[in-house]
Design a protein around this ligand. Structure first.
Ligand SMILES: C[S@@+](CC[C@H](N)C(=O)[O-])C[C@H]1O[C@@H](n2cnc3c(N)ncnc32)[C@H](O)[C@@H]1O
Length: 835
């Protein structure tokens, strides 16, 4: 069997695998010197003729045998004319001469088919021998050898032999190269014969021409050398260079791009699966890496076909994965170091970048001033309780139908039956756990300067749809205070950080969290929602339904209820930008909004005024009572009474000179020569009260009525029963100015030894005043005017009641005791200042 070359085409590149066994079968051809010469490689250009003759004789052989090879018959097996393919065919003469540069011919390719066709035992023998890597020695004939088969020389032997021959052709440099090749070859260990053959076939297509030229000999030296490796044979020797000049010129040309099919069939080194198929191998088509939440394990999510986020939102399977989804291949299953192809945490703030100046970071809400009262007084919603059932494996419960969620309540262990791992409505709890860790990845956002909208917030990591990112915190103020701040404090500012929390409460983020820097967009990627956490409203910034990827700027729709006078222009750059930061309204809505806005402003103004009035009043009460005034208490023990009496006397002594003292003395007749003071009805603004002194017959006891006088004081009139004639002499009344701080022991006496401390009245007045200030805060001005009379009524009522009680006590019920002589003992009810 021979690998021969087509005489018609280039002997350099045309390789015809033909059934040459037939030729071998012919004794004459085997014995032919031509045949013998074929196995002797030519060593010079001149010798190429011998090859030609050999080919010729080969053809003759075929003719002799009567079994012309297919090639010779014109129906040969596949012929690969790479030279033609590569458009580099040389003239036949040059080709023929260069074809013999190596001078190597071989007999190693076996066409078993043709062997079988011969049907001769010789053929079978030869075939068998060849199959078993045996060969017929060159020049052997049946006569001179008796068909004794020799073992094929080992690779090493053949290399040695061939190297010697080639070396003589290549010259010194060539020999060096060959030496290197030999060394390399000796290192080669197990090489599977069929692998080599396969490689050979595939490589032949891509092989440079000069290599092919050298590869035409018997399976020997160049077959064994790895010509693709580092050793790249240069043109060998002077003679060879001359002969292969054209070939080398061809080599200098960049190799023509191999056809795709050839590339596909090229033997490839063993590669990792992902190297061939990409990073997303093994990943389902609908996997969306961006939906993987911060703390969720990648592998936990894998079995779920339509990835669901932490909040339990289903992501449509056909959603386009956003910027750089996570790779997902089996190697992540194992615990070992690996490098991810991009940064999942990517802050971009650099040293020297501008930082916001007037920002006081406050990460917890603070109730300020009136907002505190409003919040404390605000009607609390009844605690919500959800009835969600536990979710399936890999899912999160408390989804959109959760009662707590609908009521904007966050679940916790008290109002939800699910565990914190399975409940999907615990956003603020998650945020708290995350931010407690405090790492930059946990925060996951940074403040950066934008081109035309001041500072903004940028995401440094991915956020799943609906995942909480941060809380909007700041000072919580009332609407009145908000208006004031807008008018006075922020009147020169460009940016406002005010956001309505609920029912007239506004968060002012001027001192607040990083969320205050989030800019507006008409196509936002975040949502801001209020959630009640343990009954307290809190404002959270959540990722929108698309999720957020690293590098995106966080935005939400301000839907501005324009607090300012003018509409602010929007620079969000979204295709559907509406041009301003305010809500998009139609004409009717605009009218309605204007009306509501005016009404809101008016109310806020009234509220602010009322607030100022209340504050003023509170201040006055505080100063009039001293700073340590704590309230009133009833004193009914004789010792204290005595002490108070003594103190009073002492004080009276010191006040002797004052008109009031004189008047009191005159009233009691203690100061001779002093006229009884006339009834005084002062109408000044100082506090005072009127006490009536009446002398009534016992049967008139129940005829006590209470009369209300002007708002500056109260008068109690005890009038006789209608059926009894009223004796004016038995009833008198007077108005007394109360000293501001000594209401403790001023008493007046009513006939029948019944004493009522006038401090009772003061207590009632105080009580009603407190109530008034409370009610005033939440009512309109007109209502307040009407209610102003109420405390006086209340005071009068309570005094009346006290009088009544005393009188009843005098008749045997209540606190009075009946004396042995049928006379009533005095019953004194006194109130004293505490502390
Ligand atoms: C809550 S602040 C946002 C942070 C602000 N950029 C800063 O530097 O402090 C709101 C203010 O930012 C500006 N702003 C936010 N989004 C904007 C947008 N899309 N177009 C124009 N100005 C915007 C407006 O001045 C607005 O009053």
């Amino acid at each position: 069997m021979t690998r021969t070359n087509s005489s018609e085409s280039s002997s350099l590149s045309n390789i015809d695998v033909q059934a040459a066994a037939g030729a071998l079968l012919e004794e004459s051809s085997i014995a032919s010197p031509d045949r013998v010469s074929r196995s002797t490689p030519p060593t010079s250009l001149g010798e190429s003729a011998s090859v030609g003759s050999a080919q010729k004789s080969g053809g003759d052989d075929d003719g002799i045998s009567g079994r012309r090879s297919r090639r010779v018959r014109g129906g040969g097996v596949s012929t690969y004319n790479l030279k033609q393919l590569s458009d580099a065919q040389l003239p036949a003469t040059t080709a023929a001469s260069s074809r013999n540069v190596s001078g190597l011919t071989g007999r190693t390719l076996v066409n078993a088919e043709d062997d079988e066709q011969t049907g001769t035992p010789f053929g079978r023998k030869v075939g068998k021998a060849l199959d078993m890597d045996w060969e017929i020695p060159a020049g052997a004939t049946r006569e001179n050898t008796g068909w004794v088969l020799e073992r094929k020389p080992s690779v090493r032997d053949r290399v040695k032999k061939a190297a010697g021959k080639v070396g003589s052709v290549l010259g010194k440099r060539g020999r060096d190269i060959m030496e290197a090749g030999k060394r390399k070859l000796s290192k080669k260990t197990k090489v599977q014969a069929h692998e080599v053959e396969e490689d050979e076939e595939d490589d032949e297509d891509n092989m440079p021409r000069w290599k092919k030229e050298l590869d035409t000999g018997p399976r020997g030296l160049l077959d064994e050398l790895d010509l693709d490796a580092e050793v790249d044979l240069p043109p060998p020797a002077k003679k060879a260079r001359l002969a292969t000049k054209a070939v080398l010129r061809e080599m200098a040309q960049p190799p023509a791009a191999p056809p795709p099919a050839a590339k596909a069939s090229a033997p490839s080194k063993k590669m990792k699966r992902w190297q061939k198929e990409g990073l997303y191998v093994g990943q389902s088509a609908d996997f969306d890496g961006a939906q993987i939440g911060g703390r969720q394990k990648l592998q936990k999510k894998r079995p779920v076909s339509s990835a669901s986020n932490e909040a339990g939102d289903d992501v449509p399977s056909n959603s386009t994965p956003p910027f750089m989804t996570l790779p997902m291949f089996a190697y992540l299953d194992k615990t070992r170091d690996f490098t991810i192809p991009y940064d999942v945490f990517a802050p971009s703030w650099k040293k020297g970048d501008e930082k916001p100046k007037d920002w006081h970071q406050v990460n917890k809400n603070r109730l300020i001033g009136e907002a505190k009262d409003l919040w404390e007084r605000s009607e609390r919603l009844p605690a919500s309780m959800c009835v969600c059932s536990p979710p399936g494996p890999g899912e999160l419960g408390c989804d959109d139908v959760c009662l707590n969620r609908v009521m904007q309540y966050e679940c916790n262990d008290d109002n939800c039956n699910l565990s914190s791992e399975t409940c999907g409505n615990r956003a603020f709890a998650e945020l708290s756990t995350r931010t407690k860790k405090g790492g930059p990845f946990d925060v996951g956002v940074e403040v950066l300067k934008t081109a035309n909208r001041g500072f903004g917030v940028r995401s440094c990591r991915t956020w799943a749809a609906g995942q909480i990112i941060m809380e909007y915190t700041g000072e919580i103020v009332s609407e009145g205070e908000c208006q004031r701040r807008m008018r006075e404090d922020y009147k020169d500012k460009q940016c406002y950080y005010l956001m309505e929390l609920e029912r007239g409460l506004i968060i002012d983020g001027t001192k607040g969290s990083m969320a205050r820097f989030i800019n507006h967009s008409c196509e936002p990627n975040c949502e801001v929602r209020m959630v009640k956490v343990n009954g307290t409203p809190r404002m959270g910034v959540f990722a929108g339904p698309e999720g957020i990827t690293t590098g995106q700027e966080l935005t939400y729709d301000y839907n501005f209820d324009n607090f300012g006078e003018t509409q602010q222009k929007c620079y969000c750059g979204a295709p559907s930008c509406r041009g301003s930061l305010s809500k998009r309204l139609n004409a009717t809505e605009q009218k309605k909004q204007l009306k509501a806005e005016n009404e809101r402003k008016r109310k806020a103004e009234i509220e602010a005024q009322r607030h100022a009035g209340d504050e003023e009043r509170k201040k006055k009460v505080k100063t009039s009572r001293g700073s340590n005034w704590r309230g009133w208490v009833a004193i009914d023990d004789p010792e204290t009474k005595e002490r108070l009496k003594a103190e009073k006397k002492e004080r009276e002594e010191t006040e002797k000179g004052s008109s009031r003292a004189r008047r009191l003395a005159a009233r009691r007749g203690s100061l001779p020569g002093v006229e009884r003071a006339p009834l005084l009805r002062k109408k000044d603004s100082s506090r005072r009260k009127t006490v009536h002194e009446a002398v009534l017959p016992p049967e008139d006891q129940e005829a006590v009525t209470v009369d209300e006088q002007a708002n500056e004081g109260a008068q109690i009139t005890i009038s006789p029963r209608k059926d009894q004639p009223h004796n004016p002499s038995t009833a008198s009344k007077f108005t007394e100015d109360l000293p501001r701080s000594d209401s403790v022991n001023s008493t007046s006496t009513i006939t029948r030894k019944t004493k009522i401390t006038i401090t009772e009245t003061e207590k009632a007045v105080h009580r009603s005043q407190t109530r008034e200030s409370e009610t005033l805060a939440s009512s309109s001005a007109s209502e307040a005017a009407n209610r102003k009379k109420q405390p006086i009524k209340d005071a009068v009522k309570s005094v009346g009641q006290a009088v009544k009680d005393s009188l009843l006590g005098a008749t045997g019920s209540g606190k009075s005791e009946r004396s042995s002589g049928g006379r009533m003992k005095q019953s004194t009810l006194m109130f004293a200042k505490l502390g």
